[in-house]
Design a protein around this ligand. Structure first.
Ligand code: V47
Length: 368
């Protein structure tokens, strides 16, 4: 094996990393302890290189992006999660509610995906959400509608007694094609208890994704990092996601979401670019059964996101047009990126840009 590491030119001064490298090269699954060692390594270059080797095994030199639009129908939310700047109460000055017409106006035919998530509205009926999805589908039959976090699906049950089997089946019938990964936050019961009063438990998030996968609805998964969570809790989160994927094979992509301190200020030590790159690399190495890892420019900025494409990520997410959740928490990134900018960032990272739809069907390869 020593030889193989030499051929790949990945000999590190960190002996533990060399051991893990041997496992990666010979396609062995990484353990919890490996995950901790990877987080603790000071050799970020070898870590990135290993993750890039793994990435190339899965998607070659391709890096995906999608022409999409984020739609957040309302920011009114019954919850008060301590990390969230987006949620407002009905009487707040900046609370808003969108009509179906306003939502339709914000979508054009060039897009391939609508990403729709919103607050847990106290009085909007489930039927209104069905109407939104159906209206988008009727007006844009070729558009993929990725919508509703597991937390929203759980809320429909708690608020309207419509269980996830029924709400997901009805939303699918109305036109829903996949689900975003939000609401997972960090699975640790300790973190949930401290940050998410009233939000459904991690086990419920997992249960709802299982139900979606059973119904043929693919989904994404996420981790919100850089607040009060420990390294052990991060690695445990990865392993729980990997176990779930072994069971259902329904996850398309993992998105590391860097906590934006905004006004909630849960930490005075927000994640640094180095931490962002470690998260991307670890995701690629630990989640050996999830095809795509996003370098989410909205939370980590265009610069780090572009570097992330050489640290294991194979997806730059989308053009988005107008992002609300992270920008409510004062994210520094622009509200949206043009297609040309995404192609430029990917090419500059020496990768091949591939425009995709929400299910990773390739629309156009920019290999000129
Ligand atoms: O679940 C809320 C997060 C998530 C903050 O599936 C915050 O393709 C950082 O899930 N700082 C929603 N994050 C966004 C989301 C997502 C985004 C992009 C792509 C996909 C996908 C999913 O936003 C929430 C929560 O974890 N969030 N507040 C904050 N201050």
């Amino acid at each position: 094996m020593g030889n193989l590491l030499e051929i790949e030119n990945i000999i590190s001064s960190d002996k533990k990393l060399n051991k893990i490298a041997e496992k990666v090269i010979s396609n062995q699954r990484l353990s919890f302890e490996d995950g901790i060692d990877l987080f603790e390594t000071e050799d970020i270059y070898t870590l990135g290189k290993l993750a890039d080797i793994k990435k190339r095994e899965i998607s070659g030199d391709k890096v995906f992006f999608v022409l999409n639009r984020h739609v957040n129908p309302t920011n009114i939310c019954v919850l008060s999660c301590s990390f969230c700047d987006f949620a407002k109460k009905k009487d707040d000055e900046d609370a808003y509610e969108m009509t179906v017409e306003e939502i339709l106006e914000s979508i054009d035919d060039e897009m391939h995906e609508v990403h729709m998530v919103g607050g847990h509205h106290p009085t909007w009926k489930f039927e209104y959400y069905e109407e939104i999805v159906r209206s988008i589908r009727d007006k844009h039959p070729n558009l993929h509608i990725k919508g509703f976090t597991a937390a929203e699906i759980d809320y429909f049950h708690r608020r309207w007694k419509i269980d996830p089997e029924e709400s997901l089946a009805r939303l699918k019938e109305a036109g829903l094609t996949s689900m975003p990964g939000g609401g997972a936050e960090v699975f640790s019961p300790r973190v949930h208890k401290m940050l998410l009063p009233g939000k459904s438990k991690a086990s419920r998030w997992q249960e709802i994704h299982k139900i979606a996968h059973k119904q043929g609805i693919k989904s994404n998964c996420t981790m919100l990092y850089g607040h009060i969570e420990t390294i052990e809790e991060r690695v445990d989160h990865f392993i729980q996601l990997r176990d779930l994927q072994d069971e259902t094979n329904g996850f398309l992509a993992f998105i590391p979401l860097q906590y934006q301190t905004g006004t909630t200020q849960l930490t005075d030590k927000p994640a640094t670019p180095l931490d962002d790159l470690k998260m991307i690399s670890l995701a690629r190495l630990m989640l050996d059964n999830i095809s795509h890892i996003k370098s989410y420019w909205v939370t980590i900025g265009e610069q780090t996101a572009s570097i992330g494409l050489n640290f294991g990520a194979d997806d730059l997410d989308g053009t988005i047009v107008k992002e609300n959740i992270m920008h409510a928490a004062k994210a520094n990134s622009p509200g949206g990126l043009a297609r040309e900018k995404m192609i430029y960032l990917i090419k500059e990272a020496r990768k091949i840009p591939v425009e995709r739809d929400a299910l990773y069907n390739e629309i156009k390869v920019y290999d000129d």
